[in-house]
Design a protein around this ligand. Sequence first.
Ligand code: M6R
Length: 606
Amino acid sequence: MCGIFAYVGEEQAAPILMEGLSALEYRGYDSAGLCVGGRCVRSVGAVEQLRARLGDTMLAGKSGIAHLRWATHGEPSEQNAHPHADCGQHVFVVHNGIIENFRELREKLAAAGHRFASETDSEVLARLIEAHRRAGADLEQAVCLALKDVRGTYGLAVSCAEEPGTIIAARMGAPIVVGMGERAHFVASDPSPILAHTKHVLYLEDGEVAVLTAKAHRVFSLDGTKVSRDVETIEWGVEQIQKSGFDHFMLKEIMEEPDVIENTIRGRLIPGQGRAKLGGLDSVAERLAKVKRIVVVGCGTAFYAGQVGEYMLEEFAGIPVEVEVGSEFRYRTPILEEGTMLLAISQSGETADTLEAIREAKRQGALTIGIVNTVGSTIARETDAGIYNHAGPEIGVASTKAFISQLTALALLTLFLGRQRTMSEAVGKRIANELLALPLKLEHILLQHDELCALALRYKDARDFLYIGRKYNYATAFEGALKLKEVSYLHAEGCGAGEMKHGPLAMIDKNFPTFAIALQDSVYEKMRSNIQEIKARRGPVVALATEGDTGLADLADDVVFVPPTLEMLSPILAVVPLQLFAYYISVARGLNVDRPRNLAKSVTVE
Ligand code: M6R
């Protein structure tokens, strides 16, 4: 959510910044801008529009800052695009986050003679720095003093026309990673724009500031205490953040799903003993054995993964589980009694709502565990222990392969916790062996992409869509609807199939199709009845069925098949046709699949 990129080194900054913005574009695309050598160019829209706006403009200089905006305060306009400057056009700021007390600061600054050019909260940062410089502070001091004046969240980078060889970065609640190049430093919201230059990074913690020149870096906390931080190496390769011949990242990421499962389970199963070996949980294994209740927190797709996890953990590990969206968790009065563990699920590891839930749980002394994809992210670092998904970077805003890996990690966790308790070796072996069989089954589903494309073309003009499922595929239905909503902008609703008769059935008519997940599992007969109820109201039905099930062809208008698997693992297969269906509808409607309007990949504001 908003992407920041900055460079200081020995090369011309502008081309490096533009390339970096392209790699970061999934974080925001309402407007874009950069500042090099004291000159700013900004535009509405994403990097291509900025490139067009730049045209032949020469922005000469060996350092600069750049930004992609996901609008919070003020509409997407050139005026509101970053970088923001002080009145004298000396200091420039790019910011990700929300300055909560900006109105009050803005009034004070306006009363002192500052004139504001934008409606954003971020602009006050530049003006505050200016005010402290006018009062005699040097740039570094002025940045620190300004940051002490603000309340809220920020990941930011600052440049100053009078100190062109220096970039200052700071973090409070919004991620900042510093790339350590050879005679160059980079600042970014996540590692993707840095990867083309270096794999060596350090992550700032909240309340820390980094002062960077081409050859040196210094990190200290806002109170001035020096911080020494280990440099980490990013595992991802630059090819993982490229489309590699696919039309869209979403399709590439769906096609990667068989590999993703392999990567998530690699080295983590002992099939002969029916056990999971999770190195990331070793340090808390004893505490895990005593856990009496699990509260799962996530947002969007991660929340739906958590709901599937609830069924897995309750059935196979015998632990009571509740699942909640991060944005609600801390606004009630959550009671985490002794023995309760909070399990946070997040692809980015930066989602503010999920992060705040973790912090609340920690305040209450609960054990916190993460299922996180992004290594080194805030959630990965702030939880007590965790399981990395190893899905590789996910660039498409619509989460696909991350969901598959979250479900796989949840199955591993279920195996781990279940075997610590009463799960038999035989059941453990069955789960382990079926997990190993999933990649091939998934490949088999992906071979049906042409049929799913044809199906999407048949339904692309529907205005509304319902997705229904039960038990393990209750959440899959909601995830299928979420995918369709976000990439096609169609109205899509998920619904527990048993809930249809309590209201949603009223919407059904011949123009309101339903995607029904009706696999041959413990709720198959119930699902068949629910499909009958829809057909009796002339609603078109696409059924998702188990291979070999010939009984649905007469009932449904269209049938898509997935291979049989254990019921607890079935969402891992069932969701794939739903993802492809949403993808092809989006393509057929000519939409921006990877960057749906109004959304951003990593939601770092509450
Ligand atoms: O990075 P996270 O997994 O914490 O993100 C959570 C949601 O923002 C995310 O899943 C979102 O709902 C996706 N766009 C769904 O496709």
